[in-house]
Design a protein around this ligand. Structure first.
Ligand code: NAD
Length: 485
C-alpha cells in the first residue's frame, strides 16, 4: 500500500515546482481513513497570471513545431504513464477513495486518451477539393487557438485532466490546468511525468486552488478557451462567465443516469450490470446509474435479485482487496447523502436497502449501497444528482412509459436499456434524450476516439471532449480558396 508524507503540494509554473502565493491552505484527507495526506494551497490570481504568462511565452515556439514532432513527445508521455500505472492507480485510491480496481480502470481510460492524442497528425488534417470552379481549389486548414485552460473535478483525477491537456497540447496549444482541490496529488504527478517526457517548459502549467483560480482563468484576456468538467451549477457559471469574456467554453456538468429494464432482459447480467453501474466508485461517477425504470411484469423478481446481490457487497477502504464500495469524498458529502436518504423515506419511497450504517470498522466517510423502491418523479431522490451509491427504482407499465419518465429528468448524460429485443433497443435509441446511450452496456462511457458529452443540463457548450469534437474544440479553421494565374 502506498504511503505518502503529508506535504503542501506545489504549483508547476514554467516547468518548475513553485510555491503558491495563496495565503490559505486546505487539508486533503484520505477519504477511507480521515488521515491527512496533503495540504493544498488556494492559489491567487497572481499565480493564475504567472501560469498564463508562461503558457503565452511558450506558445509561439510550441505551436510552430511540426505536428508529428509534437505527437512524438506524446508517445514518450504515453510510455511514462504506462510505466507508472500502478503508482498512479494507488494515488487515485488514496485521494479519491475509489477502489483500486476502479482506479486501475481509470488509469487505463486516461491512457487511451493519450493514445488518441498521438494520432493528432491524422486528426488535425483538413479537407481539400480541387477544381471547385474553373482553375480554383478549396481547402480547410486547422490551427491551434493559443493558451487554453482546463478545470477538473475530484472524481476522475486522472482521466478528466487527460481528456483535456494531451489533445489540446498535441494540437499546438499551451495549457493551464486547475485540478480539483480535493485530489491535487495525482495532478502533480501527471505534470511531473509530462516534463520528464521532454516537453518544452511552459507548455503545461498547473495551478492548485478553488474558486479564485477558476474565476481568474475565466476572465484572463490571454486565455482563448476553457474546458470544464464538474457539477451543474458550477458548469453553468463557467459557461456563462467564460463566454461573456469571449472565450470558447465546453462545460460538462452533473447527471442523473437512467436504466430501463424490460421483461425480456438477461436477468442475471442485468442485475450485475446495474450493481456495477450504481455502486462502483460509490456512485461518484457522472455516468453512474441512479434510477432504474423497471417494467411491472419483471419488477418483483428483478428487485429481489438485485437486493440479494447488493447485500453481498463489502464496504470499506478501497485499497484493500474485496471491498466493492469505498468511501465518499468528504464527511460533509456523507451528511448530505444521509439527508437525501431521509428525504426519500419522508417523501414515501420504500427503503429496501439502507446504507447509512454500513458494516465496516474503518473510520472513513462510508455510505453503503442503498436501494429505494416505488420512487416517484416528484421526489428529490429522483430529481437531484446525489453522487452516491443510492439507487432509485420506479415501476413502469412498459417501455414507452420508461422512456417518457426518463426524458422528464433535467439531466441527459447517459441512459441504458436492458433487453433482448432489437426493436425495443432501436426505439429506445431513437426516443431517449441522452448524450450517451447504452444497450445492455452498464456504463455507456464512449471510448476516447468518440466524443463524450451529455445533453440538457448535463452539458453547456457545443463540442464535447475527446475524439473529433475535442480536436475541433481546440482548433480554429481557415478555409482557403485559391486560383493561380
Ligand atoms: P465541482 O463542481 O464541485 O468542482 C469542479 C471544479 O470546479 C473544481 O476544480 C472546483 O475547484 C471548481 N469549483 C467548485 N465550486 C466552484 C465555484 N463556486 N466557482 C468556481 N469554481 C468552482 O465538482 P466535483 O464535486 O469536483 O465533481 C463532481 C461533479 O462533476 C458531479 O456533479 C459530476 O456529475 C460531475 N462530473 C461530470 C462529468 C461529465 O462528463 N459530465 C464527468 C465527471 C464529473
Amino acid at each position: 500500500m502506498l504511503t505518502i508524507k503529508a506535504e503542501k503540494v506545489k504549483n508547476y509554473i514554467n516547468g518548475e515546482k513553485v510555491e503558491s502565493t495563496g495565503k490559505e491552505v486546505e487539508e486533503v484527507p484520505n477519504p477511507a481513513t480521515g488521515e491527512i495526506i496533503a495540504y493544498v494551497p488556494l492559489s491567487s490570481v497572481e499565480d493564475v497570471n504567472r501560469a498564463t504568462e508562461s503558457c503565452a511565452a511558450a506558445y509561439p515556439s510550441w505551436s510552430s513545431q511540426p505536428v508529428p514532432q509534437r505527437a512524438r513527445l506524446l508517445y514518450t508521455y504515453l510510455e511514462k504513464l504506462k510505466a507508472n500505472q500502478e503508482e498512479l492507480a494507488q494515488i487515485i485510491t488514496l485521494e479519491s477513495g475509489k477502489t483500486l480496481k476502479d482506479a486501475r480502470g481509470e488509469v487505463q481510460r486516461g491512457i487511451e486518451v493519450v493514445e488518441l492524442a498521438t494520432s493528432t497528425p491524422n486528426l488535425m488534417m483538413g479537407d481539400a477539393l480541387p477544381n471547385i470552379a474553373e482553375g480554383i481549389d478549396g481547402s480547410i486548414f486547422r490551427y491551434p487557438l493559443g493558451v487554453v485552460a482546463g478545470i477538473t473535478p475530484f472524481n476522475f483525477p486522472m482521466m478528466v485532466p487527460l481528456w483535456m491537456f494531451p489533445l489540446a497540447i498535441a494540437c499546438g496549444n499551451t495549457f493551464v490546468l486547475k485540478p480539483s482541490e480535493r485530489t491535487p496529488i495525482l495532478a502533480g504527478k501527471l505534470v511531473e511525468l509530462f516534463y520528464q517526457s521532454g516537453f518544452p517548459k511552459g507548455v503545461l502549467n498547473l495551478v492548485h486552488g478553488g474558486k479564485a483560480v477558476v474565476n481568474g482563468l475565466l476572465s484572463h484576456p490571454e486565455i482563448e478557451a476553457v474546458s470544464f468538467v464538474g457539477s451543474e451549477p458550477v458548469a453553468k457559471h463557467v459557461y456563462e462567465t467564460g463566454t461573456a469574456h469571449g472565450k470558447r467554453v465546453q462545460a460538462l456538468a452533473g447527471a442523473k443516469n437512467h436504466a430501463v429494464v424490460l421483461p425480456d432482459c438477461n436477468l442475471d447480467k442485468t442485475v450485475q450490470g446495474v450493481i456495477g453501474a450504481a455502486f462502483a466508485s460509490s456512485g461518484e461517477r457522472c455516468m453512474a446509474c441512479s434510477v432504474v425504470a423497471v417494467v411491472d411484469e419483471v419488477a418483483d423478481v428483478f428487485i429481489e435479485k438485485l437486493i440479494e446481490e447488493t447485500n453481498k457487497l463489502k464496504v470499506g477502504d478501497g485499497s484493500k482487496e474485496g471491498n466493492f464500495v469505498g468511501p465518499l469524498i468528504r464527511e460533509v458529502h456523507r451528511q448530505k447523502v444521509h439527508d437525501y436518504i431521509e428525504s426519500g423515506v419522508k417523501e414515501g419511497a420504500e427503503l429496501r436497502v439502507d446504507g447509512r450504517s454500513p458494516e465496516t470498522t474503518e473510520e472513513g466517510y462510508f455510505v453503503g449501497a442503498t436501494i429505494f423502491d416505488h420512487v416517484q418523479t416528484d421526489m428529490r431522490i429522483w430529481q437531484d444528482e446525489l453522487f452516491a451509491p443510492v439507487l432509485s427504482i420506479v415501476r413502469v407499465k412498459d417501455l414507452k412509459e420508461g422512456i417518457t419518465l426518463t426524458n422528464e429528468s433535467k439531466f441527459a448524460n447517459g441512459a441504458v436499456i436492458y433487453t433482448d429485443s432489437g426493436k425495443a433497443a432501436q426505439q429506445f435509441r431513437e426516443e431517449i434524450d441522452a448524450g450517451m446511450v447504452g444497450v445492455n452496456v452498464n456504463v455507456p462511457a464512449p471510448m476516447a476516439f468518440f466524443s463524450f458529452a451529455g445533453n440538457k443540463a448535463s452539458f453547456y457548450g457545443d463540442l464535447g471532449t475527446n475524439g473529433k469534437d475535442g480536436v475541433q474544440f481546440y482548433t480554429r479553421k481557415k478555409v482557403v480558396t485559391q486560383r493561380w494565374f
